[in-house]
Design a protein around this ligand. Structure first.
Ligand code: F6P
Length: 320
């Protein structure tokens, strides 16, 4: 394979730039041409210029959050006619393979292109860590550390005032960020979409804590589990404890990637190019047991990542 393309799609994640850098430099090292598509799948279907990436195009980006290729959500790419147009445009320019960095929505687009004959390799880049087959996605570690930093700061003020803090983190469909940050940050309660919760029981726990001279409590809520404002209002009303709410929002998506994310991104970017060189499309790069392995795109799309109930149980025990 001589000519390939690369794009980032869906929500950005810290470490995407490190992955672009690795794929570009590995491709050039292997004598391939690599083209950067702007704004994800939207850039494939709209007449935006595709830039030929050079070694210098990716200089000075390994430490930067966001994505130099920009990103977009492109729901129109669900349509067969649009996918066919994109595949035709790639073929016209002699592009045989594509690296797609993103989450499950982006992988659906990659799978469609692969079926249409453009070999596609997905790199899991999303703060959500919700991709089947890989221990971690690019951006998750940085996002969890960002939440932890916020929790440390909130705990200072929560202790000083003796307040309950309800903190909302990202995760529309899953609670991986909430669980990891909650366990690492010692949150008293973690609410995730995967596990039903009983607010009355939580309130009883909070009141019991106060009786044991507990100075404050932190409740971490994944956005898909409940609205932090609703939870906060109900807690204050049911317990009489002074409660404050913080929604961390898109702060979790920005910032310089952690060392773990840069390493993962560098290895996955290079591995994606290797797969394309071998003509192995229809795969994602997945981290398992310290190595990067290919996992079929279809499997990554259909299997669904299991929620680690044992870790949730542990977080409950440790937060007593
Ligand atoms: O998929 C990543 C993610 O950050 C989710 O955690 C969040 O629910 C969503 O994107 C927010 O999307 P947008 O930036 O389009 O509002």
């Amino acid at each position: 394979m001589r000519k390939i393309a690369i794009l980032t799609s869906g929500g950005d994640a810290p470490g995407m730039n490190a992955a672009i850098r690795a794929a570009v430099r590995k491709a050039i090292y292997c004598g391939m041409e690599i083209y950067g598509i702007e704004r994800g799948f939207a850039g494939l279907i709209n007449p935006s210029p595709w830039r030929k990436m050079e070694l210098s195009s990716v200089a000075g980006i390994i430490h930067r959050g966001g994505t130099i290729l920009h990103t977009a959500r492109a729901p129109e790419f669900m349509e067969k006619a649009v996918q066919e147009k994109a595949a035709a445009r790639l073929r016209e320019r002699g592009i045989e393979g594509i690296v797609v960095i993103g989450g499950d929505g982006s992988f659906r687009g990659a799978q469609a292109l692969d079926v249409l004959g453009i070999k596609a390799v997905g790199i899991p880049g999303t703060i959500d860590n919700d991709i089947y087959g890989t221990d971690s996605t690019i951006g998750f570690d940085t996002a969890v550390n960002t939440v932890l930093d916020a929790l440390n700061r909130l705990r200072d003020t929560a202790t000083s005032h003796g307040r309950v803090f309800v903190v909302e983190v990202m995760g529309r469909h899953n609670g991986f960020i909430a669980l990891a940050a909650g366990l690492a940050g010692g949150a008293e309660v973690i609410l995730v979409p995967e596990i039903e919760f009983d607010l009355d029981q939580i309130c009883r726990r909070l009141v019991k804590g106060v009786r044991r001279q507990k100075t404050h409590s932190i409740i971490l809520v994944a956005e898909g589990a409940a609205s932090a404002f609703c939870v906060g209002a109900q807690i204050e009303q049911k317990t009489g404890l002074e409660t404050r709410v913080t929604v961390l929002g898109h702060i979790q998506r920005g910032g310089s990637p952690s060392a773990a994310d840069r390493l993962l991104a560098s290895r996955m970017g290079a591995a994606a190019v290797d797969l394309l060189r071998e003509g192995r499309g229809g795969m994602i790069t997945a981290a398992k047991g310290g190595a990067i392995h290919p996992v079929p795109l279809l499997e990554a799309l259909t299997a669904g990542r299991a929620f680690p109930a044992d870790l949730y149980e542990l977080a409950l025990i440790l937060s007593m």
